[in-house]
Design a protein around this ligand. Structure first.
Ligand SMILES: [Zn+2]
Length: 155
């Protein structure tokens, strides 16, 4: 994960992710998704979005240890890895102290992306995402220009 310099991200996967978020947002609930796929020579190809079993509230979401385990089993089976976890906030996007503790990805170089307004943003609005990367054990905010370089929206 740590060596990945580019992430190819199909616009259809962003669309599916945002739709899921908006569906929960209608009920004022945060929601969580994971982007999974394959790493090939420092380029990550996002293949699917997964929506883990989750409990959702207005201010957070919760995924049980069992369900985190189930995600890892499924990843192994498909020979996929998870590049990013995403979740929504009602308004502004930022990583709360709860978010820092509740992350389900733990490989160095993984991403955690916070999406504002319960996902009511355009598909190509990368600048609206607030993106953190797990570096030296800390979720580190990534600059917008870095995010734009990392995430390439493809057809
Ligand atoms: Zn949060």
């Amino acid at each position: 994960m740590i060596l990945i310099k580019k992430i190819n991200l199909p616009s259809s996967i962003i669309e599916e992710t945002l739709q899921f978020f908006v569906d929960y947002g209608q009920y004022n609930l945060e929601a969580c998704a994971i982007w999974v796929g394959e790493e090939l020579q420092n380029i990550f190809e996002v293949k699917e979005v997964w929506f883990p079993e989750q409990k959702n509230t207005m201010i957070t979401y919760y995924i049980s240890d069992i369900d985190v385990h189930n995600i890892n089993v499924k990843l192994n089976k498909k020979k996929y890895s998870a590049i990013a976890q995403l979740h929504t906030h009602p308004g502004n996007a930022y990583h709360s102290s709860i978010d820092d503790k509740h992350t389900i990805l733990n490989l160095p170089g993984s991403f955690s992306i916070v999406i504002p307004d319960y996902g009511n943003i355009p598909i190509n609005a990368i600048d609206e995402w607030v993106v953190y990367r797990l570096l030296n054990g800390e979720w580190t905010l990534q600059k917008k220009n870095m995010v734009r370089k990392l995430f390439q929206i493809i057809k």
